[in-house]
Ligand binder design. Structure first.
Ligand SMILES: [Zn+2]
Length: 332
């Protein structure tokens, strides 16, 4: 049902899936840059289109570039089947970041599901995942090794809140290092719902405003554009982005990433500590997802090839893509 040529195209259709090279028409599962390129037309949820638009605006402003031609947007809501090239395509929430979607393609009685990045657990700022059944499954497997098992999410959130409280108790400003899209808004929501106030780096802030335009409410937060005030938590993708406002202030930092468990992360290495809050499924979550889809065959992407062996051991049939999947870790 699909053709693999370093990117995936649906057979007999003019639609690519998360193509990383420029295409006439691609589905974009979510607004992280490693799932897109400068396509002519983009099929995505309204939230993904808005977040991607905002990120292009921010990038242009940073690079001081004039605006280029914007892609043609083809918005599609969740669970709203659309006819396309003789098939029916439906987007379903993937639970990864706001707007993230799986795509289900049905044609001639066959069903193909492409997962995009997904999280099997409910998070604070993304839609909860809905998992359909399918005959063919193409899935991400970022945390596809058995050592990638995360602790229960509630205990990770408790660890995050304890980190913040202890920093304040020691007279330090807590600085949380989070990717600007997805993790930053999730952490902002967790903290502000608990009554903390946050000073937020500019890109994370702009994207939080986009989240708000889709009904995700945050409590007290502001753009970090001056000194940090007492009692504020700083949320930023890196220290460099806020250096001008935090210099000379006693701080303690924590990186929020799944790579805090059994892995490696620049973000984790540069911080005082690391907390394993992830917006991806862990190893068990990946296996559970495959079991819920009940596919005849699975193809894997965005993770360790070894995950294929674990799927086979769990009783699944795993197909080979003609080229090797990228082993690059994809967690934000
Ligand atoms: Zn992603």
């Amino acid at each position: 049902m699909f053709i693999y040529d370093r990117d995936i195209r649906l057979s007999g259709m003019d639609l690519w899936l998360d193509a990383k090279r420029k295409k006439p028409f691609s589905f974009v599962s979510h607004a992280h840059a490693d799932h897109s390129a400068r396509h002519e037309r983009i099929l995505a949820t309204p939230a993904t289109l808005a977040l991607a638009r905002e990120r292009r605006r921010i990038r242009r402003a940073k690079m001081k570039r004039p605006s280029r031609r914007e892609p043609v947007e083809v918005p599609l809501d969740y669970n709203a089947p659309m006819r396309l090239d003789g098939a029916t395509v439906t987007l379903l929430p993937a639970g990864h970041i706001l707007g993230s979607a799986q795509i289900l393609v049905e044609r001639g009685g066959r069903r193909l599901l492409y997962s995009g990045d997904f999280c099997h657990e409910a998070t604070s700022a993304a839609e909860d995942i809905e998992i359909p059944t399918a005959d063919t499954l193409i899935m991400e497997c970022t945390y596809g090794l058995p050592e990638h098992r995360f602790p229960p999410r509630e205990s990770t959130v408790e660890k995050l809140l304890a980190f913040v409280d202890e920093a304040f108790a020691d007279g330090l400003t807590p600085v949380l290092l989070c990717y600007a899209l997805g993790k930053g808004q999730e952490v902002l929501r967790i903290l502000t719902q608990q009554g903390y106030s946050a000073a937020v780096e500019s890109e994370t802030y702009a994207l939080a405003r986009t989240y708000e335009s889709f009904g995700i409410a945050f409590g007290g937060y502001r753009l970090l554009d001056g000194g940090v005030k007492p009692g504020e938590v700083v949320i930023t993708p890196n220290m460099r982005a806020v250096a001008a406002f935090t210099r000379g202030r006693p701080m303690r930092s924590a990186a929020l990433t799944g790579w805090a468990i059994g892995g490696f992360s620049h973000r984790a290495r540069s911080a005082h500590s690391a907390i394993p809050l992830s917006d991806h499924a862990d190893f068990d979550g990946l296996i559970d997802y495959a079991a819920a889809v009940k596919p005849e065959i699975i193809y894997i992407l965005h993770g360790p090839e070894e995950f294929g062996r674990h799927l086979r051991e769990a009783g699944f049939r795993v197909g080979e893509l003609s080229e090797k999947a990228s082993p690059q870790p994809g967690d934000k």
